[in-house]
Design a protein around this ligand. Structure first.
Ligand code: CAA
Length: 387
């Protein structure tokens, strides 16, 4: 049993945790690595690999077995996220959104009917979900929802556009935030479960992105889409609270993704530095490279402690708003910095696709942006400190 303690928190990694980590590592190395560059180059969604992730139980890890999930804790989830993100952050964002934004939100706040109907196939990986909060004019300023959901008695009439939606094209079910009572501002927002086949639901263009290119990011358009009343999650006006609460956990997933990207780049840099010779010896024998590796290892370990701390606090039922934001803020900065250092260590080879580190560097950038930019994480942390 490996145990690390921070602020009285015992991480207690059990045999089961280590088995999950190993299974995720094997999957990433054997099933993701061989096709990662090709999928990135051609922006190809990892259909086969996501199907396999479902079979291995990675798409609904924390969902209770009663609803087809793995019944695991958040520590297991971040261990798996780290290993998969070391190799392919495109695959891990599909997993992260499905696990922590869609499945977790549905299990925590959905009705029994909604769980039976939607959570079961989502948790088993039979279908994929998407979380639709961002809009062309509502990114960081998420309370400013322009998508409307007009109450028509038996149903809501949904109109508006969502932007940068992960799993936008491949998802069957979307959780859509929309404004029902504009006079109540964020307290008038609702969240709806919207199936793709509903009339008036159109999937817009696929984004051509800098990184996580093999994930599927779209704008979504809703024109007079009829959504039954029973598809609203929680009480009238609960939608913004739903989004914020769900994102708190989502940020732990993205922090684990950032940690994985950094650790993946570091592992490649260590290996390369032992193989590459310059001035008559391995570059790992040069102090300039040793200092880089030492600093990378230290910052990655610090990020890992923050990620585990947030995960453990969530598992222990403690408040994790601040620790999730700190983990995401720090780990995403480490990811951007460590991947850049890994490219530097690889020199010219680092700048070409074959060595993977340039892809990890491009992938790292999004972790400072999605599920709340670094600036939003600082705002969340400051509000927690000062309240
Ligand atoms: N947890 C719980 N509740 C929270 C919260 C949090 N982290 N942050 C805010 N709230 C609550 C507040 O307590 C408040 O509730 P009350 O009215 O009951 O007091 C309510 O939300 C509104 O908050 P504020 O009054 O503080 O509103 P604000 O406009 O000043 O700030 C914000 C809100 C924190 C900036 C919020 O808009 C925010 O988090 N923005 C970032 C949005 C974001 O993370 N988007 C990610 C998109 S999803 C994505 O990226 C998925 C993907 O594809 C990978």
């Amino acid at each position: 049993m490996a145990a690390t303690t921070i602020e009285g928190i015992n991480f207690n990694l059990t045999e089961e945790h280590l088995a999950v980590k190993e299974a995720a590592r094997d999957f990433a190395q054997n099933e993701l690595l061989p096709t990662a560059i090709e999928r990135d180059t051609h922006s190809k969604f990892p259909y086969e690999q996501v199907k396999k992730m479902g079979e291995l139980g990675f798409m609904g890890m924390m969902v209770s077995p009663e609803y087809g999930g793995g019944g695991m804790d958040t520590i297991s989830y971040v261990l798996a996220m780290e290993e998969i993100s070391k190799v392919d952050a495109s695959a891990s964002v599909v997993m992260s959104v499905n696990n922590s934004l869609v499945c977790w939100g549905l299990e925590a706040y959905g009705s029994e009917e909604q769980k039976q109907k939607y959570l079961k196939p989502l948790a088993s990986g039979e279908i994929i979900g998407a979380f639709c909060l961002s809009e062309p004019e509502a990114g960081s300023d998420a309370t400013s929802q322009h998508t409307t959901a007009e109450d028509r008695g038996d149903y809501y009439l949904l109109n508006g556009t969502k932007n940068w939606i992960t799993n936008g094209g491949t998802s069957s079910v979307c959780l859509v935030m929309a404004q029902t009572h504009p006079e109540l501002k964020h307290k008038g927002i609702n969240c709806f479960i919207v199936e793709k086949e509903r009339e008036g639901f159109v999937v817009g263009k696929k984004e051509d992105k800098m990184g996580i290119r093999s994930s599927d990011t779209h704008s979504l358009m809703f024109t007079d889409v009829k959504v039954p009343k029973e598809n609203r999650i929680g009480a009238d006006g609960f939608g913004f609270k739903f989004a914020m609460s769900t994102l708190n956990g989502g940020r732990i997933g993205i922090a684990a993704q950032a940690l994985g990207i950094a650790a993946g780049a570091y592992e490649l840099a260590v290996k390369y530095s032992k193989e590459r010779k310059a001035f008559g010896k391995s570059i790992s024998e040069h102090q300039a490279i040793q200092f880089k590796l030492a600093e990378m290892a230290t910052k990655i370990e610090a990020a890992r402690l923050l990620v585990y701390k947030a995960a453990r606090q969530k598992d222990e039922g403690k408040d994790y708003v601040e620790s999730a934001a700190m983990a995401k803020l720090f780990a995403s900065d480490v990811a951007m910095w460590a991947t850049t250092e890994a490219v530097q260590i690889h020199g010219g080879y680092g700048y070409v696709k074959e060595f993977h580190v340039e892809r990890l560097m491009r992938d790292a950038k999004i972790t400072q942006i999605y599920e709340g930019t670094s600036e939003i994480q600082k705002l969340v942390i400051a509000r927690e400190i000062l309240k």
